[in-house]
Design a protein around this ligand. Structure first.
Ligand code: FAD
Ligand code: DHB
Length: 390
């Protein structure tokens, strides 16, 4: 089997790259370990930056996002019993859309299928060969048969647990990591929205976030021990915690409902450099992870793909390799900006068990600052909507 670009992973990065290349007349094949049903039902991120919305729209997969996603012009910061709004649109001229990642994936898979794109779901034993040569390949098993995909370039879009990153020789790789001693407990709830906009809450008991999915389904998170089990959390205990952390003295209350999904995710910051070696390029979570505070993970994957698409188009249409050569450096500028923002927001909003009372007051002082100084609010808003110059 032969194609121009071999893509490992059908997450947002792999599927979007495949579709953008197709729109520019470049062939690709996507190899995915999980089934279509699995990728289309795994609950993950929910916030799309304006740049992500624009890219999905340009790719022709923005119609449902526009119709069913919710455009938000601001969000609320809750602390010390009060709520203060960050007006994203007034500060930056931009907005965000709340639209679940698995819905983006459904739209992308449908677009690839409609365009007769080649996708293999349920592949096993993916292995990368010959990235130091002009003729790399990917071997894999599908439906019990062994295959080899020959290609010009291999793109590793296989997330944090994939095989691609390890194909770059360890001696050429530098990994940077910070593991946080807390996680997020996520719930899906059948209830009307608690608020018109997202609420990020800092409380001495820990962080909480109120987000949404639709007029009838809400997404909420609260900081927890990453080793905790969802079985330890009855619905009553969850609601008591959410009320304690989010309800305001001004009378706003979280609206309760039937909880139909619970999960716990760990939190870390991670960047692996370089993102390229020979004929292999990494995009998205395969090369970097952010803690979810600030909602950058999915958006960064899309930003990598934008840079990589332009570089591959320059190669195939103009026989230029300069953009491919500069891929890692270009992508890393945005990645480090997002890493810093996510880390900063995580540290400002979460309870650290070993923080002194002095450090806890500093968190509140910083929240007072970003909600009263226009300059500080603008810096936060620019980062949140992804509009900072990099
Ligand atoms: P992924 O979406 O991870 O896609 C990689 C794909 O590659 C997967 O489908 C995987 O099955 C496949 N794959 C892996 N190994 C192989 C292999 N060897 N062969 C073939 N295929 C392979 N971000 C936020 O902003 N907010 C959130 O609330 C949030 N929640 C998250 C919750 C979880 C549990 C996780 C894991 C991530 C979350 N993220 C969140 C991050 C966000 O979802 C990711 O940044 C985003 O999915 C990155 O897209 P990607 O395409 O790079 O990787
Ligand atoms: C959601 C996730 C985030 O990480 C975030 O910062 C905001 C919203 C969500 O899943 O809705």
């Amino acid at each position: 089997m032969r194609t121009q670009v071999g893509i490992i992973g059908a997450g947002p990065a792999g599927l979007l790259l495949s579709h953008l290349l197709h729109l520019r007349g470049i062939e690709s094949v996507v190899l995915e370990m999980r089934s279509r049903e699995q990728i289309e039902s795994t609950i993950r991120a929910g916030v799309l930056e304006q740049g992500t919305m624009d890219t999905l729209t340009e790719a022709g997969v923005g119609a449902r996002m526009k119709a069913e996603g919710a455009l938000h012009h601001g969000f609320e910061l809750a602390f010390e019993g009060k709520r203060r709004r960050i007006d994203l649109t007034e500060l930056t001229g931009k907005a965000i859309t709340v639209y679940a990642q698995h819905e983006v994936l459904k739209d992308l898979v449908a677009a690839r299928v409609a365009a007769d794109g080649t996708l293999f779901f349920g592949v096993k034993n993916t292995a990368i060969h010959g990235i130091d040569t002009d003729a790399p390949s990917i071997s894999f098993e599908h439906d019990g048969e062994q295959h080899t995909l020959h290609c010009d370039y291999v793109i590793g879009c296989d997330g944090s647990q994939g095989v691609s990153r390890a194909a770059i020789p360890a001696a050429l790789r530098q990994d940077y990591e910070r593991v946080f001693p807390f996680g997020w407990f996520g719930i899906l709830v059948e209830a009307p929205p608690s608020s018109d906009e997202l609420i990020y809450a800092r409380h001495d008991r820990g962080f909480a976030l109120v987000s949404t999915r639709s007029p009838n389904v809400q997404r909420m998170y609260f900081q927890c021990d990453p080793k905790d089990s969802v079985d330890n959390w009855s619905d009553d205990r969850i609601w008591a915690e959410m009320h304690a952390r989010v309800d305001s003295e001004e009378g706003h209350q979280v609206v309760e409902g039937k909880i139909f999904q619970k999960n716990i995710v760990g939190m870390r910051s991670f960047v692996s450099t370089t993102m390229q070696h020979g004929r292999l390029f990494l995009a998205g979570d395969a090369a970097h992870i952010v803690p979810p505070t600030g909602a950058k993970g999915l958006n960064l994957a899309v930003a990598d793909v934008r840079v990589l698409t332009a570089a591959l188009v320059a190669f195939y249409k103009e026989n230029r390799t300069d953009l491919l050569d500069g891929y890692s450096e270009t992508a890393l500028r945005r990645i480090w900006r997002a890493e810093h923002f996510s880390y900063w927001m995580t540290c400002m909003m979460h309870r650290l068990d070993d923080a002194t009372p002095f450090e806890r007051r500093l968190q509140v002082a910083e929240l007072e600052h970003v909600t009263t100084s226009r300059a500080a609010a603008m810096a936060m808003a620019e980062n949140y909507v992804g509009a900072v110059a990099v």
